[in-house]
Design a protein. Sequence first.
Length: 271
Amino acid sequence: MIKETYLKVIALLLFIVSPSFAQENTQLKGTISAPFLEEASVHIINSTQKTGTVNSGSGSFQILVKENDELLFSSVQYKNITLVITSEMMKKGILEVVLQEDLNVLDEVNISNISLSGNISTDLQKMKVLDDLPLNYGLSDIKNMRFEADINDSQEAPLNRAFLTNEVIKPGGVNFLALPGAIMAVLGIEEKHQTRIYSGSRRTSSEQLKDLFQQDFFINTLELKESDIDAFIYYADDQGLSNLLKNSNKLVLIEFLMDQSKNYRRELDKN
């Protein structure tokens, strides 16, 4: 009777303890296959646990996972993919991932409505030239015109300004650059000056970042010392952190921070 009770107690303890063991993190190894991988950096992010790592030059990586964790493979050169960790993957112990290049094809852009031959002299002869400035031209008409002096000015930067419009006006002794200001003076129009409006106190990048991530993220994922966290945030701010904080995509922010933490640690090693 005592032996039977003893066995029941052991069985009950095993039933209670075994799920906790099943939920412990496991070190999962993996390899990434992709074109030109030795020149690229792929971020492997555990979206469930908010941890991550990067691949080596050969494509190998290691990361702590649990069953049902989501792994994001992110890189600017390849298409992002997300995998859910299964028990079969954990039993196998090695995860093989194949990435495809992300080729961005830009739409065709028409930069001019004029058919150009490539010869400036020939193209200028085809353009309409106004000898006289009509008296009924308004400020909006003058603003959108280009003058021969603009085209032939030797001090001007070598831009194809002649092709930005179909009309060229020959100067007839009138200071066209001062004309808009003179007209505004005659009409009694005063130039408005922009005034900077104070919109209230702004939160620093350090405050925003510490609200988004706990200290463990900086120490374990970014591999920073606790004493270096504030200095790193100032460093990352110089690299564009404040702009990324305006972006609601947290995964892009994590990828940026992981890149900058590597650069920051490299700078510390130099010193």
